[in-house]
Design a binder for this molecule. Structure first.
Ligand SMILES: [Zn+2]
Length: 364
């Protein structure tokens, strides 16, 4: 499938705010940037529906605009990126013939060149707008608390994240995400707002977006150690393609324990069993670290008919959705980090040649 063209609008098409995510395709044929002018010129970028079935971001934007700004001017310019209305139509993360949009941004590997070009153009357009911050709203399929993810450890990035949740995740893989590609240039977050369709996820992201629109700036003064519990991704775990797996008491080579997703954001001691093994698949899971190296043996043991953790870890995004496991991964593994010792002391990287940054905070 050829990559669509980027559409840019300076207004909301009539009727758009009445559309559920699944009907947006009637107005928007593909990825669309909608700029709505506000009192402060420097925009807040909010990305929704990069994954078509993750509707919380759109619902939050919809409610924000309908309830607060139908008649009043926005306190700050808002740039809405509607990522994948075609997949949203079918209530899917992506269509089979599409790549995963949130792996296609600059820095992603092995992306179809047409899509890589499309997302490079959107990225460059966003850079030109010199945003205050970039917020990419997602849902996940397991039981996860709401949390924000950052790709750099800096006071201003952590402060912005802490306005959403004290749980903050630092990640640099998978590559090609919007927040990672933008985090070179401005505070940039991926928000994980629980499962799609939950009202409190929409309430929470709506309140956060509203708060962001009212921020004058994002200060670089150090963040309290209590305000942020920071974890970092150490590995991505997938199930090998040829392994038959299931949940609970099922006749499968790998039977994960029931309610596996209750382990999300729990610090699990080494030796915790996550499932039973039958028919001797030697190594049904693959863990890959942030450098892309296989590190399965560092995190799992497969013996005595069980899959156990082999060191203390905290999983996130554990899901029981087969499609997600097959298309994406089983979970991420995390370890706690003490950001006080890891904070970057340098400023944000300079903008590319020919672009100026007028109103970003100075480094501290
Ligand atoms: Zn997502």
């Amino acid at each position: 499938m050829a990559a669509p063209e980027l559409i840019e609008l300076d207004h909301l098409p009539a009727g758009l705010l009445e559309c559920p995510a699944s009907a947006l395709h009637q107005h928007l044929r593909g990825p669309t940037l909608i700029t709505l002018r506000g009192q402060r010129e420097q925009p807040l970028v909010v990305s929704v529906l990069q994954h078509g079935n993750e509707i919380t971001g759109w619902e939050a934007v919809q409610r924000l605009l309908k309830s607060h700004y139908q008649h009043d001017e926005l306190p700050r310019t808002l740039v809405i990126l509607v990522g994948n209305p075609l997949a949203a139509k079918h209530r899917l993360r992506r269509l089979d013939e599409q790549p995963d949009f949130n792996r296609c941004w600059p820095g992603g590997n092995g992306v179809d060149p047409e899509y890589a070009g499309l997302f490079r153009r959107i990225h460059d357009r966003l850079l030109q707008l010199r945003p205050l911050a970039c917020i990419d709203v997602h849902n996940n399929t397991g039981l996860n608390p709401h949390y924000a993810a950052v790709n750099r450890i800096r006071s201003d990035y952590l402060r912005l994240a802490s306005l959403f949740s004290s749980k903050v995740v630092y990640f640099t893989m998978p590559g090609g995400t919007l927040s990672h590609s933008m985090s070179e240039f401005c505070p940039s977050l991926t928000l994980e707002c629980g499962q799609a369709g939950e009202t409190h996820g929409t309430d929470h992201s709506l309140a956060f977006l509203e708060a962001c629109l009212h921020l004058e700036e994002i200060p670089l003064t150090p963040v309290d150690a209590d305000a942020v519990h920071l974890f970092h991704m150490v590995a991505t775990v997938t199930v090998r393609d040829d392994v038959l797996f299931g949940f609970g008491r099922v006749p499968a080579q790998l039977a994960f324990r029931e309610n596996l997703d209750q382990f999300n954001f729990c610090e699990l001691p080494a030796g915790t069993s996550i499932g039973d093994l039958r028919n001797g698949t030697a190594s049904p899971l693959v863990a890959v670290d942030t450098e892309g190296l296989e590190v399965t043996d560092s995190y799992f043991r497969f013996d005595q008919g069980e899959v156990r953790t082999s060191r203390d870890v905290m999983p996130s995004m554990l899901t029981q959705d087969r499609r997600v496991i097959q298309q994406d991964c089983l979970c991420y593994l995390m370890e706690r980090i003490h950001f006080e010792d890891n904070e970057e002391v340098t400023g944000i990287d300079p903008l590319p040649e020919g672009m100026e940054r007028s109103d970003s905070p100075s480094s501290g």
